[in-house]
Design a protein around this ligand. Structure first.
Ligand SMILES: [Zn+2]
Length: 250
């Protein structure tokens, strides 16, 4: 009762744009799915305008090569990348909002949509693994947004979830702050390894991040997974700004 009085006095605010959101803006089954995964009801609000902008790519436009600019002697050439949402509109505000506003529940909402699309596309794997943050960045932010997105997606699809399968072996700079592609490659080169606590040999892995741009980070993490003996990797990101479809489905 008291929450109803408060929400009448203070209408809910959209977690993406900060505008007024009415109570029924999320898709109807979302609350039940969220409760099944987390044991409580969500408190997230997204206004109808933002929700209407979160539209997946057409099914035949979700597949790319992991590297937007492939290079010679790539140890994993033709590595596929699955990206279901374009990085535009409300999505381009939501993803930075997760990182810098510490909006875990927004990450989980997008992760639930992501899992729904992985299922729709009949993508199968043994385990889903998020791209890790460095320990310093994790301490600064308090959570790994890729992990928050990845966990509900894995639950929905029935995959195991591999938190900390991958570790960062050294600090890296933010890829967005690097001046050139060469420096972006150097920045992440050899920066990942599979933790001693996991045996991933022979597994099929979906490697997941929040955004894919050049693909260098996913590419490096993918190499580390293959070095640890996995049988197959699908690189994947919730959203990205790639234009051209240039890979075959997984
Ligand atoms: Zn909004």
């Amino acid at each position: 009762m008291i929450t109803r009085v408060i929400s009448f006095m203070l209408p809910p605010v959209c977690d993406i744009c900060g505008g007024i959101a009415d109570g029924d803006d999320r898709f109807t089954s979302y609350g039940q799915i969220y409760r099944r995964i987390y044991g409580v009801l969500p408190t997230l609000h997204i206004c109808g305008k933002c929700l209407s902008q979160i539209v997946p790519q057409d099914r035949d436009k979700r597949w790319f090569l992991c590297l937007s600019e492939p290079f010679e002697h790539d140890p994993v050439p033709s590595q596929p990348l699955y990206v279901p949402f374009p990085y535009e509109g409300a999505m381009s505000r939501a993803v930075p909002g997760i990182k810098f506003g510490r909006k875990k529940e927004l990450a989980r909402f997008l992760g639930i949509l992501y899992g729904g699309l992985l299922r729709e596309d009949d993508i199968r794997a043994d385990i889903m693994v998020p791209v890790p943050l460095s320990p310093a960045r994790f301490r600064e932010r308090g959570f790994n947004q890729a992990g928050e997105i990845c966990f509900p997606a894995a639950k929905i699809c029935g995959f195991a979830y591999g938190e900390n399968v991958l570790i960062r072996t050294r600090e890296t700079n933010r890829q967005t702050e690097m001046a050139s592609n060469t420096s972006r490659i150097d920045n992440v080169s050899g920066a990942f390894a599979v933790s001693d606590e996991w045996d991933v040999s022979g597994l099929t892995v979906i490697l997941a991040d929040d955004v894919a741009t050049t693909g260098f980070t996913l590419h490096e993490a993918c190499i580390a997974l293959y070095a640890a003996g996995v049988s197959k990797v699908l690189c994947s990101a919730l959203s990205g700004n790639r234009q051209v479809k240039n890979a075959e489905p997984f």
